[in-house]
Design a protein around this ligand. Structure first.
Ligand code: ADP
Length: 422
C-alpha cells in the first residue's frame, strides 16, 4: 500500500512516498519544489518524480494522499477530505492564514488531478480531542466559546509520534499501542499500571509543549491559533490581550498592522532584532550579543514555564522529550531548559547532551529519576500511518466530529460514534 504525504506551503510542495506493503513501513521517496506559483504544476513535478524514479507504477497505485492540515471549524481527527471538510477549513482561514488557504488550494488541485485517489486529512488539532475540558477552555463569555474561541492545540502529528515512540523506547508497548490506536478508538485501548507520563517539547520554527498521559494529550501550550504559547521564530507566542488595544491607541496601529507585526516581526526575531534562527542567535550570543542572549533566554524560560505546568498537572513524569529543529540540535538550549531541576529528579548528562544532534538518544544521567530523551520528529510518517489506519478500518469516516459537542458531552463516545459511523 503506497501513500503519498503532501506538505503544501504557499509557494512550495514537499512530499514523501511511503510503502506499507508486507507489514513494513518504508520511505520510498522524498522530494519537493520551492518557489512555485502554481500548485498544479508542482503536483505534476511530484508525480513525474515518482514515476521516473520507478516508485509508482501507475498513479492509481496510490492508496491515498495524506495531508497534515492545520485546523477546521468543527472538524478534527483523521478524515477523508470532502467539500464539507474544505468548507470547514475555509471557515478558519483567518485563524491559520499562512496554512489553510494554500492547503485548500493545493487539495483542490489534487482532487482534479487524481480524482480516483482518496485524499485524507490529519488535522494538527486531532491529538487534543481527548484533553480535559478544563485544560482547553478559555474563560471567555459563552458566546465567544460557541463561536469557536477555545484552545485547539497544534503540532498534533509531531506530539503523537513522540507519544508512540517514547512509549516504545521506555519499554511500554501497551502505551505505544494505545497511542497508535488513539484516533480509532478514542483512547480506549487499555494500558497497564502505572501510567506513563511524558512531556513532549516540539521546539522548532514554531514550538509547543504537550503533556501526555498514557499516550493521550492532557493539554498543550498552543491555543486558539498557532500564535500562542512559546515565542516562535517570528510569532509572538503568549501575550496579554490588553496589549493589542493598548498599542493600537498609543502607537496608532491598525488591526492588520498589529497582526502583521505579531506574526512577522515578533518572537525570536522581535526579541533579537536580527534573526529568527537559533543557529544565528547562538553564534551571536557566543560573540557577546545581549539581544541574542535575551531571545534564547526568553525561549528557555517559556519552555520551562510550560514543562513545569505539565509536570505539576501530571504529578511528575517518567520522561521529557525534545524534538524538532531546535529540540534535536540545540544542546545549549536543552541544557538551559533543564538547568537546576535536580530536586525534581531531572538531571541532564552534559556530555551526552552535547554529543546528541538529530538522533534518538537518552541525554539524562543514569541516576536521573526523569529520563530526558531526544527523538527526531517524524510527522509525515504519522500522517501516512493514520491515513492507512483510516483506509484499513471497515468504516466510512464521516467528517462530523464536532469540537463543541465532543468537549462538552460524552467525549469518548462522540468521537467513536460520530466520526466512524457507517
Ligand atoms: P519548522 O519545520 O517549524 O520550520 P524545524 O523543526 O525545522 O522548523 O526547526 C527550524 C529551527 O530549528 C531553525 O529556525 C533553527 O532555530 C533550528 N535548527 C534547525 N536545524 C538546526 C541545526 N542543524 N542546528 C541548530 N539549530 C537548528
Amino acid at each position: 500500500m503506497k501513500i503519498l504525504v503532501a506538505n503544501i506551503g504557499s509557494t512550495s510542495l514537499k512530499w514523501r512516498l511511503f510503502d506499507f506493503s508486507n507489514g513494513t513501513e518504508r520511505l520510498l521517496h522524498k522530494g519537493g519544489v520551492e518557489r512555485v506559483d502554481n500548485h498544479a504544476r508542482a503536483i505534476e513535478e511530484c508525480l513525474a518524480a515518482l514515476n521516473s524514479g520507478g516508485h509508482l507504477g501507475r498513479e492509481t497505485d496510490l492508496a491515498a494522499v495524506g495531508f497534515k492540515t492545520v485546523m477546521a471549524r468543527d472538524v478534527s481527527g483523521c478524515v477523508r477530505i470532502t467539500d464539507r471538510v474544505l468548507a470547514a477549513m475555509e471557515a478558519f482561514n483567518s485563524l491559520a492564514p499562512a496554512h489553510n488557504p494554500p492547503y485548500i488550494a493545493g487539495i483542490r488541485q489534487f482532487q482534479q488531478r487524481l480524482p480516483g485517489v482518496p485524499l485524507i486529512a490529519l488535522f494538527e488539532t486531532a491529538f487534543y480531542q481527548f484533553a480535559p475540558e478544563a485544560m482547553m477552555r478559555y474563560a471567555v463569555p459563552e458566546a465567544w466559546h460557541r463561536a469557536g474561541v477555545r484552545r485547539y492545540g497544534f503540532h498534533g502529528a509531531s506530539h503523537k509520534f513522540i507519544a508512540e515512540r517514547s512509549a516504545e523506547l521506555l519499554g511500554r508497548e501497551d502505551v505505544a499501542e494505545r497511542a497508535r490506536r488513539l484516533y480509532v478508538d478514542g483512547g480506549r485501548t487499555p494500558a497497564r499500571e502505572p501510567s506513563l507520563r511524558v512531556i513532549s517539547c516540539h521546539l522548532g520554527g514554531s514550538s509547543s509543549v504537550t503533556g501526555i498521559n498514557n499516550g493521550v494529550a492532557i493539554g498543550t501550550s498552543m491555543g486558539l491559533s498557532p500564535q500562542s504559547g512559546l515565542p516562535q521564530n517570528n510569532r509572538v507566542g503568549d501575550l496579554d490581550s490588553e496589549a493589542i488595544p493598548y498599542v493600537m491607541k498609543t502607537l496608532g496601529l491598525s488591526v492588520a498592522e498589529v497582526q502583521r507585526q505579531l506574526t512577522r516581526e515578533s518572537g525570536l526575531l522581535g526579541l533579537s532584532g536580527f534573526s529568527n534562527d537559533t543557529r544565528d542567535l547562538a553564534e551571536a550570543a557566543e560573540a557577546g550579543s545581549e539581544s541574542a542572549k535575551l531571545a534564547l533566554a526568553v525561549l528557555a524560560a517559556s519552555a520551562r514555564h510550560w514543562i513545569g505546568s505539565f509536570f505539576f498537572e501530571l504529578n511528575g513524569v517518567e520522561a521529557i522529550v525534545f524534538t524538532a529543529g531546535i529540540g534535536e540540535n540545540q544542546s545549549q538550549l536543552r541544557e538551559d531548559i533543564c538547568r537546576n531541576l535536580d530536586e525534581l529528579g531531572i538531571e541532564l548528562d552534559p556530555a551526552l547532551n552535547q554529543a546528541t544532534r538529530a538522533t534518538e538518544a537518552v541525554i539524562s544521567t543514569t541516576g536521573s529519576r526523569v529520563k530526558v530523551l531526544v527523538i527526531p520528529a517524524n510527522e509525515e510518517l504519522v500522517v501516512a500511518r493514520e491515513a492507512r489506519r483510516l483506509l484499513e478500518s471497515n468504516h466510512i469516516p464521516l467528517p462530523t466530529n464536532d469540537f463543541t459537542h465532543a468537549f462538552t458531552h460524552n467525549k469518548e463516545q462522540t468521537y467513536a460514534s460520530s466520526h466512524w459511523t457507517h
